[in-house]
Design a protein around this ligand. Structure first.
Ligand code: NDP
Ligand code: 2IT
Length: 475
């Protein structure tokens, strides 16, 4: 490839790309502009950030050929600029636990790209998070938000705070302390956070309350709000429902649908619950759910009544999925993920890196025909490669789970207009968005008659942000 990445800052070029990394091209000339060289510079600029590196690598590989035909992007160093966060905010979050002891967590907000709209993306509260994870999530969000067609830039944030085992009052005090710093960086025209792992309606409520108190303003500066105070109908359901609408479109390309298909879902939180609900509604048989301790395998299928129990167990009782196995006398796979169970469709809806190469092989060997990511980057690159080599329909998260942030965009519209749309309207618009994202994946990802959804999503997501960056000059 003869791409010109044009790392214009000479200092960066000298320091980041050492001479040993400058590759000789076929003509014997030195080529500082190879994909390989670009990825090495990313590694050096972001040491130890494996998740971020993998996310950039996937996008860069997808769009490299496309950049060859677009010297205007190369001339303006768009790839180099689009892989650099616009701003990173890190802060101390002190709070007092129920025993009166002072605890300290770390807060983050990565404002990655605002070319097409204000920063937008969720907040994750989980002990495993770090800057690497937030950078990868915010980078992915930039392309996902672009795909939704809404004017939203990309961001992500959160804290290493563990909601598990905390009382409501501890969670409230933590959320208030977190927002006491974050509030100065966000706003309805600046940056609009939402939920993600560990952040549901309860946490959004506590954070919104504190935001309102500090700013003396009732504005749509957070999405995922309660239905009584500015939330959108169907926001809670949106990611899971949108995922199934996307799967429906994928299956349609193979002249089939969800009826009678066995669906393995991982996770049992927001995304998993509503993916299961919509899959059941469309005639599928949902046979697994999981949490961080293990998976349940319900051969007969999870029906609406059992799903109501899961919602109660996870959202009210805050219990473990093992209790489902005990209640309904089904198999519990302690410490396992559901990928060794025979299924037609697999929907990873828990977290990143939950499907490795072996898991992918096992799904393929067991006859799975479609994998769609409810979570953000649950499949490692080996797994994605295996799915693609074996002709499995593979829908990457930035396309397949975009329904959540799409309805967040609708929530922002409704807040601006001071109205609340009926559920039918939001559902219809969500379906339209997912269909359009699917169409874009087909348009840009069709190679030799089959759809490479990763390539399609990355090129389509990139284009809009890149063009906006070009038009706005070097900022
Ligand atoms: P929830 O907190 O509601 O649920 C998360 C689920 O994943 C729980 O079952 C949890 O199990 C499990 N989980 C979390 N971390 C791990 C881990 N390290 N290992 C194994 N299991 C884990 O989060 P959501 O459902 O909102 O989010 C799930 C995924 O979907 C995330 O990747 C998120 O980024 C993505 N997503 C969410 C959107 C949204 O609107 N909420 C939108 C788009 C994507 P346990 O209870 O044991 O921790
Ligand atoms: O990963 C995601 O897209 C989300 N957590 C939802 C973000 C949002 O702003 O609704």
């Amino acid at each position: 490839m003869s791409n010109q990445i044009h790392i214009q800052n000479q200092e960066v070029e000298d320091n980041i790309i050492s001479s040993s990394e400058i590759r000789e091209n076929k003509n014997g000339d030195t080529d500082t502009n190879s994909l390989d060289c670009f990825l090495k510079s990313i590694r050096k600029l972001n040491p130890g950030e494996e998740e971020f590196y993998e996310a950039v690598k996937e996008v860069a590989e997808s769009i490299w050929d496309y950049l060859d035909d677009h010297p205007e992007y190369q001339k303006s160093s768009i790839l180099r600029r689009i892989t650099e966060p616009e701003r990173i905010i890190m802060f101390r979050v002190p709070w007092t636990d129920d025993n009166g002891e002072v605890q300290v967590n770390r807060g983050y907000r990565v404002e990655f790209n605002s070319a097409i709209g204000p920063y937008k993306g969720g907040l994750r509260f989980h002990p495993s998070v770090n800057l690497d994870i937030f950078k990868f999530l915010a980078f992915e969000q930039t392309f996902k938000n672009s795909l939704t067609t809404h004017p939203m830039g990309g961001a992500k944030g959160g804290s290493n705070f563990d909601v598990k085992g905390k009382s409501d009052m501890e969670i409230m005090r933590f959320c208030q302390s977190f927002m006491t710093e974050l509030y100065r960086h966000i706003g309805e025209n600046t940056d609009i956070p939402a939920g993600d792992i560990g952040v549901g309606e309860r946490e959004i409520g506590y954070m919104f309350g504190q935001y309102k108190r500090l700013t003396n303003e009732f504005s749509g500066s957070i999405t995922g709000k309660g239905l009584l105070w500015g939330g959108s109908k169907l926001r809670a359901e949106a990611t899971g429902f949108g995922l199934i609408y996307f799967v429906y479109e994928m299956l349609k390309t193979k002249q089939t649908d969800l009826k009678g298909k066995r669906v393995a879902i991982s996770g049992s939180g927001n995304v998993a619950q509503f993916a299961a609900q919509k899959a059941i509604e469309l005639g599928a048989k949902v046979i697994t759910l999981s949490d961080s301790a293990g998976a349940i395998y319900d051969k007969d299928g999870i029906n609406y009544e059992k799903l109501e129990y899961v919602k109660y167990l996870k959202n009210e009782e805050r219990g473990r999925i093992r209790e489902y196995a005990e209640k309904y006398d089904v198999e519990y796979l302690e410490g396992e993920k559901p990928w060794n169970i025979e299924c037609d469709i697999a929907l990873p809806c828990a977290t990143q890196n939950e499907i490795n190469g072996d898991d992918a092989q096992s799904l393929i060997d067991n006859g799975c025909i479609c994998v769609a990511e409810g979570a953000n980057k649950p499949s490692v690159s080996d797994a994605v490669q295996k799915f693609q080599e074996n002709g499995i329909l593979f829908g990457p998260g930035k396309a397949a789970n975009a329904g959540g942030v799409a309805v967040s965009g609708f929530e922002m519209c409704q807040n601006g207009m001071r109205i609340q749309w009926p559920i039918e309207k939001v559902d219809f618009m969500l379906q339209q968005v997912m269909e359009e994202i699917h169409e874009k994946c087909v348009e840009w990802g069709t190679v030799n008659g089959s759809v490479n959804y990763v390539r399609g999503a990355n090129i389509a997501g990139f284009q809009k942000v890149a063009d906006a960056m070009l038009q706005q000059g070097v900022v």
